[in-house]
Design a protein around this ligand. Sequence first.
Ligand SMILES: Nc1nc2c(ncn2[C@@H]2O[C@H](COP(=O)(O)OP(=O)(O)OP(=O)(O)O)[C@@H](O)[C@H]2O)c(=O)[nH]1
Ligand SMILES: [Mg+2]
Length: 306
Amino acid sequence: MGLLEKLKQGLKKTTQLLNTDIRDLFKTRGRLVDDEFLRELFEMLVKTDMGVEAAQEITDEVAVAFRARVVEMAEVLEQIKQKLKQLLAQPAAPIAMAATGPTVIMVAGVNGCGKTTSIAKLTHMFQCQGKRVVLGAADTFRAAAVEQLTVWANRLGAEIVTGPSGSDPASVAHRTVARALETQADVCIVDTAGRLQTQQTLMQQLSKIHRVLGKQIPEAPHEVLLVLDATTGQNGISQAKHFTDAVRCTGIVLAKLDGTAKGGVVVAIRKQVGLPVKLVGIGEKPEDLAVFEPGPFVDAMFAEMS
Ligand SMILES: Nc1nc2c(ncn2[C@@H]2O[C@H](COP(=O)(O)OP(=O)(O)OP(=O)(O)O)[C@@H](O)[C@H]2O)c(=O)[nH]1
Ligand SMILES: [Mg+2]
């Protein structure tokens, strides 16, 4: 499946809501752009969770371009899409890979945001590129967590390094990198326990894992991916800030986009968090991961549905 098709699939709920709203907005063919229209447009945009600031910016641009004119739906939508693509623009953000030796990726985020599932998807993505992956179950906090990652490892045919329940997650992280070096694996991905940004000790533990990863390979971790749950909307934005304070995050994986009609949240994230959105999660299966690209993303959001 191509990227656009994949994103269309993942953004179905968002697209559906937008389609209904757009049809309401342009009840008749052609509509006068007046205050009433602009207010309705603003509300429609806010409903996607893009944030009032972005919604206002877009509405203002539409006002400048079309006020007092009778417009067709297509021309206004084109303007909105262009502006959104501009708001979402970011430097190309592929997953950073080590020049030589294993690439080390650490994954963090609050409880239940989708870390472990995203790791399964990342593993699948790397395997499709012919790379060998070693997983580290550094979530020793919850017994079921190790089990969950082990099930994925077995299904995907990836090696996994685990530790006893309650043991030091940094030690598991250390052994994971050691194993990746020893077996000359291409990628090693370290899962971490979910935590709230307010849990000081757990946040310190996260920075300890980060430090340990850098001891064996100086540039490691090459990526610290912060997983955000799209269904919790803009809550993720303050989370991102706190996680980045504890460990320098390098990119965002926005999980569960398929579960929300508020796919516009990615605009708010890009606007307020100084991190690139690298990947989006669009389902629970290993292949349900898509690269984030503003162009196809916006096109998918506004795709026409019958
Ligand atoms: N629909 C959908 N569900 C997802 C996606 N990503 C994760 N999930 C589901 O969300 C739930 C939590 O996912 P996990 O990967 O276990 O989340 P986690 O962050 O590892 O959770 P903790 O380790 O408990 O902090 C599971 O039921 C997943 O199947 C996604 O992109 N789409
Ligand atoms: Mg987990």
